[in-house]
Every structure is written in C-alpha cells, then in structure tokens.
Write a protein that binds this ligand. Structure first.
Ligand SMILES: [Zn+2]
Length: 272
C-alpha cells in the first residue's frame, strides 16, 4: 500500500529541487513506498532480482569454495533432482557477524526483521571506473544525502561500483595485478562507521567480492560491520536497475545452522 502519496513530493521531484526539499524528501520517501502485492500485480512496482546465478566458473574470493552441481536423478527416473556443494561465501551471499566475531550471531541468527530493509543505492560507478581501488568516503555519503535526504534507520545501503558487469569474467572481476593483489572498489572504514553508528543501518551491500576494497588485507570494513553486529551482502547483481532510494530490499540467506554466512537470494521491490 502506498501511503501519503498526495502529501509527499515524489523522490525524483525532491532530487530535482535538491537541498531545499531534502529533509521533506527524506521524511516522505521513507513512507512513500511500502511493499504491496497489489502494486506488483498491477505493474506499479517491479521485483528486481539482485542475485547472480549459482553455477560453476563464477568469480571466487581467494580461499572460497566453488559451487558444484551433481545430478542424482533425471526425469526419466521419475523425477529430476541434484545435489550441490558450495562454500558459504560463494556467489551472491551474506556475511554474518560470526564471520569475524566470537560469540556473535551466525547466519541463522540474524533477526528476520533486519533482512527486510529500506533500499539505498549509492552510485559510485564513475569513481570506480576512474580508480579501481576507490573506497567510498564519508564525503560521498554527505553528497548523497544532500541530493536524496537522510538515510533512514533500517536501511541496507548498497554501493553500485559497476563491477557486477564484470561477473562473467572472473579475471576482470577480481582484477589481480602481477603480484596477485586484487584491485576492486569498496567502502572506506570511516563511511561504514557513519552508516553503522549514525544511521543505524541493517547492513551494507556491494557488487564486488568484498565490502573492503580488493587491495585490503586486514578487512577493517568487515570488522566494523560484523563486530558491530550487522551483516553485509557481497557479489550483488543488477544494481544499475535501482533508484537512489524509495525501494525495499529483501535479503534471504540460506538458513545454515551455525553458518558464518550463506548464499542468498536478494530482491528489490522498486516502484515504477
Ligand atoms: Zn563473504
């Protein structure tokens, strides 16, 4: 159901008029769109799948375990069925707090209410194209909020680096140099701290193999988010299809008991 549509300016209008209306935009945008099956059925909202196919040959973070599918039966046997094996951090997946923190929630323990979020998309494609080691800054967050309004609590902030376009080419996706170091963009530690402590986000997401820039070997961003009790989603797809805000994100990781993370299906419900 859409609420308060008559009283709030549309997000696009708020973005056009910029600064002056930004606080109104932020108040209204948070309420402007609420998931409705009727909206989806009537074509007023669409479901965008932000998930890569789980299959062999996809990019893997070093140490990761590839996905593999083995046939068990064919239709000729009566029904079609496979078995599969996979690392927890393979394909589009969630990192749970327990991935880095002792005694912190495992993937099955992430509260379900934290998995449905206000969608926030930060477009960092131009900066990432100019610098593959780009780390999203606090200044980028300030700039985004000037244009779009304050990031509301219970948001999942996804960074569109454009890297999801490289998924079909694992070499280009991980972008290793001759010494083996990876070069892809990510979040800065400072930006993650602001999102966690000052914006109370549910989590963050990115269309690369890690929320830390690829060259990181200390995973400081992971520590900020996961030790802060929140989660992250990595290897997202289709971020080009998202507006800056005003949509809903649904993250559904496999409920692996005591898992450090899990492959996830991720949907955005986007008003048309
Ligand atoms: Zn992971």
């Amino acid at each position: 159901m859409r609420r308060a549509r008559g009283r709030c300016p549309a997000p696009r209008l708020a973005a056009l008029v910029g600064l002056a209306l930004a606080p109104i935009g932020s108040l209204c945008a948070a309420k402007l769109f609420t998931l409705s099956l009727e909206d989806i059925a009537a074509g007023r909202a669409e479901v965008v799948d932000l998930t890569h196919d789980l299959q062999e040959g996809t990019p893997l973070f070093p140490g990761g375990v590839p996905f593999a599918l083995e046939p068990l039966t064919r239709l000729a046997d009566g029904y079609y069925m496979n078995t599969f094996s996979s690392g927890e951090h393979t394909g589009t997946h969630v990192d749970a707090p327990a991935h880095f923190g002792k005694g912190l929630p495992t993937v099955d323990e992430i509260p379900a209410r934290r998995l449905i979020s206000n969608g926030i998309m930060i477009d960092a494609r131009a900066k990432a194209a100019a610098n593959p080691n780009y780390a999203l800054t606090v200044a980028d967050l300030v700039e985004w909020e000037k244009a779009n309004g304050k990031i509301p609590p219970q948001s999942l902030v996804v960074m569109n680096t454009g890297w999801h376009q490289r998924w079909e080419s694992p070499d280009r996706y991980l972008n290793r140099d001759e010494a083996g170091a990876m070069h892809f963009p990510g979040f800065s530690v400072e930006a993650l701290r602001v999102l966690l402590k000052e914006r109370d986000v549910n989590g963050v997401g990115i269309d690369t193999a890690s929320i830390d820039p690829g060259a990181s070997i200390t995973f400081e961003g992971h520590k900020v988010m996961l030790l802060g009790g929140r989660y992250q989603v990595e290897n997202l797809d289709n971020l080009d299809l998202l507006p800056a805000r005003g949509f809903t994100l649904i993250v559904a990781p496999m409920k692996i008991s005591r898992g450090s993370g899990a492959p996830a299906r991720v949907f955005a419900i986007v008003p048309r």
